[in-house]
Design a protein around this ligand. Structure first.
Ligand SMILES: O=C(O)CC1=NCN=C1
Ligand SMILES: [Zn+2]
Length: 424
């Protein structure tokens, strides 16, 4: 099918010259075309330009095209959420109340709640239940303009359930229009049964789980919660290097609650990204800038945990490529509203509205090794396109806490129209 989107007030292409995540000034250069047009054929973008240039350069394709009029609207790439714990059983609103009453995230986790509570529910849940529940989450992501989602395992902490989560994600990648990119995170917490012998659990992750993930082609990335009271930097290093030996690209939950040199470790092991970084050190930030490690920042988690946000402004100024994501999970960030997170990135991390657009498209794409395929509107990239019901891109952040998604095109097909799923 050929589609021509035209008359966009602003077409935000995020086009760039370098084949890597954007840093510093590049993050503000979002490449706007006034009165823009996007020409799509099949699942790919053919060209972007002004209305006149596209109609002059592609008369044959234009004559066969379904025309979508974007007058008064903004057109941009589909949003990319590079950090979620998408597949999980149960919910934890009870813990939300406990934290409103003054308990901390780690108090709850150390008392057997938190990740352990979700692990219990996920172990008990059937494959079908997890699949159907997560399918609905992806529908909700899509209605908010998110066309690719990273999904971490880590609520099993035993092979049977870790595999169940990864198989749910794999089946969703096959059946749901939203692209799902999988991360193995068996090192999300030390399960109760190994509380007194955590290194034995680390050995199981390294010697048993990681080889099975690789053999089954069940994930592209390997993540670890490097945190005081969870996994030490030494244990995290062992787990990430073992993953690399099996072709799993390292990611790390780093310096979320206590400073723990997780950012330094990310740079040392060549992680594609380090995530959270609320209390990353100056040295860790410099090391990440030098290594080109993408900082995936999660201001929604900081908001929900009533913590200070990561130093996003400093990281950008120091040359770290920054992405932002929802961290969608039942405990520390139960939201799929990436648009709201975009506003928090401006309000609480000192990022500009232009940088935030880069952080939720092309840089988020590079954080999941998809920068060549998605995250900007340019010839031969996937036709994942949003039409937003705002007059200019600033209104996306300005009118906050709202869903401005009008139309979503995924792989060249209209899948959301007037904010409604086409299958609904
Ligand atoms: O609490 C959860 O379920 C998710 C989380 N993992 C590390 N920080 C938060
Ligand atoms: Zn997380």
């Amino acid at each position: 099918m050929i589609i021509l989107i035209e008359n966009a007030n602003q077409l935000i292409t995020l086009q760039g010259t370098k084949k890597k995540a954007r840093i510093k000034e590049e993050m503000s250069n979002i490449q706007i075309i006034e009165n823009g047009s996007v020409l799509i054929s099949g699942d790919r973008i053919i060209a972007t330009g002004t209305k006149a240039s596209i109609r002059a350069d592609y008369p044959e394709l234009v004559s066969q095209a379904k025309i979508i009029d974007a007058t008064g609207k903004v057109v941009m790439p589909g949003l990319v959420d590079a950090h979620t714990h998408l597949v999980f059983g149960g919910t934890r609103e009870n813990e939300f109340q406990m934290r409103l009453n003054g308990a901390t995230y780690m108090d709850i986790m150390n008392a057997g709640g938190g990740i352990h509570a979700t692990t219990k529910k996920t172990r008990e849940a059937t494959f079908e239940h997890l699949y159907e529940k997560t399918y609905e989450h992806l529908n909700n992501f899509l209605k908010h303009g998110i066309t690719t989602v990273e999904s971490k395992s880590g609520y099993g902490l035993d092979w049977t359930t870790e595999e169940k989560q990864l198989q749910v994600a794999k089946k969703l990648q096959e059946n749901h229009v939203v692209d799902v990119v999988s991360t193995f995170m068996g090192a999300h917490a030390v399960p109760a049964e190994y509380k007194n012998n955590p290194d034995a659990f680390v050995d199981i992750i390294i010697n048993d789980m990681i080889p099975r993930v690789a053999e089954g082609n069940l994930a592209e990335f390997n993540d670890v919660f490097c945190e005081k009271g969870v996994f030490t930097p030494e244990q995290s290093r062992r787990i990430l290097l073992a993953g690399k030996e099996h072709g799993l690209i390292p990611k790390i939950h780093a310096d979320e609650i206590e400073p723990y040199e997780g950012a330094e470790l990310a740079a040392e092991v060549g992680a594609i990204s380090a995530e959270h970084l609320l209390v990353a050190s100056d040295k860790g930030i410099r090391d990440m800038a030098e290594a080109g490690t993408v900082a995936v920042l999660l201001p929604g988690t900081a908001f929900f945990l009533k913590a200070d946000s990561a130093r996003g402004r400093l990281m950008i100024d120091e040359g770290v490529p920054v992405a932002i994501s929802t961290d969608f999970n039942p405990g520390s960030s139960p939201t799929i509203s990436l648009p709201f997170i975009m506003n928090l990135a401006c309000m609480n991390m000192g990022m500009t509205m232009e940088e935030v657009l880069t952080a939720t498209t092309i840089n988020a794409a590079y954080a999941i090794n998809r920068g060549h395929e998605i995250g900007s509107l340019e010839a031969s990239k996937k036709a994942d396109v949003l039409i937003l019901d705002v007059e200019n891109y600033q209104q996306l952040q300005y009118f906050y806490g709202m869903n401005h998604t009008h139309t979503v095109i995924k792989n060249g097909r209209v899948v959301v129209e007037n904010g409604v799923l086409c299958s609904e």
